[in-house]
Write a protein that binds this ligand. Structure first.
Ligand SMILES: C[S@@+](CC[C@H](N)C(=O)[O-])C[C@H]1O[C@@H](n2cnc3c(N)ncnc32)[C@H](O)[C@@H]1O
Length: 197
């Protein structure tokens, strides 16, 4: 775990953060606009520099947003201040730390696809503690049908259905492309919308 934190910490320090597009994720906006994330209390896992947390707060969610990299959370706090929205930011490890809840909605972009290789069982325990029957979880994850090196970690449909299907039922599974910090790099991704059983 120490290595994981070290790697992300260095990435933010050096600005090697291709996932940080700086604009709200269009797939998240689509799902919110479609009314598929009902409720108010929302947890973002691995919020990075907070672009999507700010967008969600602007749209009326009461957002708790966690990331284990202090620098990323500091930048996220500045973004929220500039946007004049209130967000409960936490420097926290989403595998180990109590994140409160239960939340109506959980969101992550690029976090499940990474953490599943670190400690899936502990992550699922955290998700279980932070949710209740009916909680919706939208995870945006790299697609195993298109692997890039370097690029986001990927997961296949068979893998995510097996890993997440015990705790959640699948509401909508779609393909889309991740935005990144480069217009030329838009890796294929899964949009996986689930509801807690
Ligand atoms: C691919 S980045 C995506 C960041 C953000 N969601 C976005 O879309 O810009 C993954 C993020 O998850 C965070 N992260 C990874 N493992 C974590 C953990 N165990 N606890 C908290 N944050 C974690 C990293 O620090 C990083 O900010």
């Amino acid at each position: 775990m120490a290595n994981e934190l070290h790697d992300f910490d260095k990435a933010y320090e050096k600005g090697h953060t291709p996932w940080d597009s700086g604009v709200p994720c269009l797939e998240l906006v689509r799902v919110v606009n479609a009314g598929l994330l009902p409720g108010r209390k929302l947890l973002e896992l691995g919020c990075g520099t907070g672009t999507n947390a700010v967008e969600l707060a602007r749209r009326g969610y009461k957002v708790t947003a966690a990331d284990f990299v202090t620098k990323a959370v500091e930048r996220a706090k500045l973004k929220a201040e500039a946007a004049r929205v209130e967000i409960d930011f936490r420097v926290a490890d989403v595998i180990k730390d109590d994140l409160g809840g239960p939340f109506d909605v959980i969101f992550d972009r690029g976090v499940y696809h990474h953490i599943r290789r670190v400690d899936l069982a502990a992550f699922l325990e955290r998700l279980s503690a932070a949710s209740r029957k009916g909680t919706r979880w939208l995870t945006l994850a790299g697609h195993a049908g298109e692997v890039h090196q370097p690029g986001p970690p990927t997961v296949s449909e068979a893998e995510f259905r097996a890993e997440l299907g015990t705790l959640f039922q699948f509401i909508e599974v779609r393909e889309f492309r991740f935005g990144t910090d480069s217009d030329d790099f838009r890796p294929l991704a899964w949009s996986i919308l689930m509801e807690r059983k």
